[in-house]
Design a protein around this ligand. Structure first.
Ligand SMILES: NC(=O)c1ccc[n+]([C@@H]2O[C@H](COP(=O)([O-])OP(=O)(O)OC[C@H]3O[C@@H](n4cnc5c(N)ncnc54)[C@H](O)[C@@H]3O)[C@@H](O)[C@H]2O)c1
Ligand SMILES: O=C(O)C[C@H](O)C(=O)O
Ligand SMILES: [Mg+2]
Length: 616
């Protein structure tokens, strides 16, 4: 008995020990502990990581040789933000049109980003709903399209085909010894805007802005990367102002060897980094994912992040029909678009259904019947030539389809008319694809809450707007779009909710959870846990109203919960290895609440630190 008691005491001491470590986890300490600098005077003002502008206190101005280099009045960060907003309001009043305004807002934010990162992220965190559409979709799409003209200062790193054999040393040109998150693109499929070559770096920057704002990744430890292997965009190839390699894209083994070299180089310098692949064209997206996912700590946001967000939304739509989740495998889902994102969603939704049906071979077989896939060439059946391996399981049986009057290549309209699906999901990059005719046909859906996911980005590429959808399908519709769009006033005080079905709800939590778990790879289970956590965020009341995703203003809380779910799953799968002073053994002992606290403590907060100079 006494032995037992001392064991209990021992383990409770250990838990207390771990708890102390949680409460002392590094970011909390960093917030209060001064930041040591090795520079003084104007060098600090010109360094966006440390610059506070007019917020440097008088003692700091003395300590850091800043006295006289700034206007006399010391301002609070709130006053600084008020000045920023006054400037913004002036721009809003003078803007000619929506596009000019969006770009002007992006410019003013970008300039702040270049000058003072803490203040920039404070604004983003405090008003994420207002500014996410500027630094992220849809404006980021416009910025990428106009990047060569907008370029002022570089941000991130550029590796080009001309750097072959040099990458291992080039990575040391980046100033930070610690990098937690890399978002990399080759610019080959930027949103639904196609091949934008080197200009695609904007998307990596925008994603990392969300990593900082939503996941609290320290902005000094994020790195946007562009791998410039040329472009097949004829306009850019001829544009004298284009900033990238003006050659056609590298293909085949040559291309793969460049990405291999890049992966080796970044993991060699930063072994704990997480690499998010973003906006790679379909033919490379899944190939590279399969190539690296069991070796490196990486994931593909378009394939895996989108899949999780879609699954969470699909489950929400089932609940909105007042059905049990177990009814999900009965839903008939038409997917328009069989590219990297569409295939990711199909595979994840099938897996989720199969798990509900018993997780065996029969369950997988039966689940695939619930999907109808339509791409640029129409309905995909077994007769389709050169069908992609990932799409093959979803190809419809020709005999069965013929009995229903649907042939290989049947149009989306024909499919919707015949299937009367519960869900119509677009990842086609074709703006307006869900035409009035198709929406009319979708009115025939057998669901009590027919659901449309018009997920293509940016706004110009959305398959249909919420106004179009609600006006045709009616008030019972559930609607989500990839880019933010306004709710619809349905009259009589009723609202047609426009949810934002965007992978931004998942990737920050996947990244943060993976980082803190220390897992060497990102497993399907970790991704599934993230998706389920997002789905659980919605209350019964919300889903019944047609609200299937939480508001973006809650993104920091959502990300915290998702990161905790990812960590718990990594612990369960025994692939967590711990991070910094929190070892795997420590992690294993944490309760659910402790894990959330641990995540919270490790989220960087945009507060000015006290700066102290130290000679090196
Ligand atoms: N909301 C999100 O979180 C999210 C995430 C990832 C991708 N996306 C968006 O999804 C879109 C597609 O991305 P992707 O990576 O899959 O692109 P992709 O180029 O790999 O795939 C596009 C697919 O659409 C199909 N398609 C083209 N025209 C069509 C038509 N008329 N009818 C039916 N299908 C058609 C193509 O055949 C292809 O299968 C992009 O606009 C992207 O921005 C959104
Ligand atoms: O970038 C986004 O807004 C979502 C997604 O990653 C996309 O490629 O469209
Ligand atoms: Mg993307």
């Amino acid at each position: 008995m006494s032995n037992f008691c001392s064991q209990v005491r021992l383990s409770s001491n250990l838990i207390r020990d771990v708890r102390i470590r949680i409460s002392r986890s590094f970011t909390t300490i960093e917030c209060h502990r001064p930041t040591i600098l090795h520079k003084k005077g104007v060098d600090i003002i010109h360094d966006p990581w440390f610059n506070k502008g007019t917020a440097f206190s008088m003692t700091e101005r003395d300590r850091l040789e800043l006295r006289g280099l700034l206007p006399t009045n010391v301002q609070t960060v709130e006053q600084q933000i008020e000045r920023f907003k006054t400037d913004l309001r002036r721009i809003e009043m003078n803007a000619r049109d929506g596009e000019t305004l969006s770009l002007a807002k992006w410019r003013i934010l970008n300039r702040l980003h270049d000058r003072n990162e803490t203040m920039y992220y404070k604004i983003l965190v405090n008003q994420i709903k207002e500014y996410a559409p500027v630094v992220y979709t849809p404006t980021v799409g416009l910025v990428c399209q106009k990047y060569s003209g907008l370029f002022r200062r570089p941000r991130g790193m550029y590796f080009s085909a001309a750097d072959r054999g040099e990458m291992m040393s080039m990575v040391y040109n980046w100033p930070a010894d610690q990098v937690d998150m890399i978002v990399v693109t080759d610019g080959s499929r930027i949103l639904g805007l196609g091949d934008l070559g080197v200009q695609g770096i904007g998307i990596a920057i925008g994603k990392l802005d969300l990593y900082v704002a939503a996941a609290g990744i320290n902005p000094q430890r994020v790195l946007p990367i562009m791998i410039d292997v040329g472009t097949n965009n004829e306009k850019l190839l001829k544009d004298p102002l284009y900033l990238g390699l003006q050659e056609h894209r590298l293909e085949g083994d040559e291309y793969v060897s460049i990405i291999d070299e890049f992966m080796e180089a970044v993991f060699n310098r930063w072994p704990h980094v997480i690499v998010q692949f973003e906006d790679f064209q379909c033919k490379w997206a899944s190939m590279l994912l399969n190539r690296y996912r069991n070796t490196y700590r990486m994931f593909n946001d378009d394939v895996q992040g989108t899949a999780g967000v879609a699954v969470a939304g699909l489950l929400g739509a089932v609940r909105a029909q007042d059905k049990m989740l177990i009814d999900f495998p009965k839903q008939n889902i038409v997917v328009a678009g069989a590219g990297s994102a569409g295939v990711g969603v199909l595979k994840a939704a099938r897996r989720t259904m199969a798990r509900m049906l018993g997780n065996n071979k029969d369950a997988y077989e039966s689940a695939r019947n619930q999907f109808w896939v339509v791409d640029v060439n129409g309905l995909i059946t077994e007769e389709r030539e050169n069908i992609d391996d990932d799409v093959k399981p979803f190809a419809k049986k020709s005999n069965e389809m013929r009995r229903r009057g649907l042939n290989e290549g049947a149009s989306l309209l024909e499919v919707v008319q015949e299937v009367k699906p519960d869900v119509l999901l677009g990842l086609s990059a074709v703006g307006g694809l869900f035409s009035k005719e198709i929406l009319e046909a979708f009115k025939g859906s057998t669901s009590t809450r027919p659901t449309i996911f018009a997920m293509s980005n940016p706004t110009t590429n959305v398959e249909c707007t919420p106004e179009e959808a609600f006006s045709v399908v009616g008030k019972h519709l559930i609607f989500a779009s990839g880019s933010p769009l306004k709710d619809v006033d349905l009259g009589n005080g009723e609202i047609g909710y426009c949810n934002q079905g965007n992978n931004m709800y998942l990737f920050p939590g996947i990244g943060l959870g993976t980082l803190l778990s220390g897992a060497r790879i990102i497993s399907d289970g970790m991704l599934q846990a993230a998706a389920e956590c997002l789905a659980e965020f919605m209350t019964e009341e919300e889903v019944l109203k047609g609200i299937i995703y939480p508001p973006i203003s809650r993104i920091r809380d959502i990300t915290k919960a998702i990161a905790a779910a990812v960590i718990s799953e990594a612990i369960k799968e025994r692939i967590a290895e711990g991070y910094r002073e929190m070892t795997y053994r420590d992690l294993k002992r944490l309760s659910k609440e402790d894990i959330i606290l641990h995540v919270e403590n490790n989220m960087w907060k945009p507060d000015y630190p006290t700066l102290v100079y130290k000679n090196i």
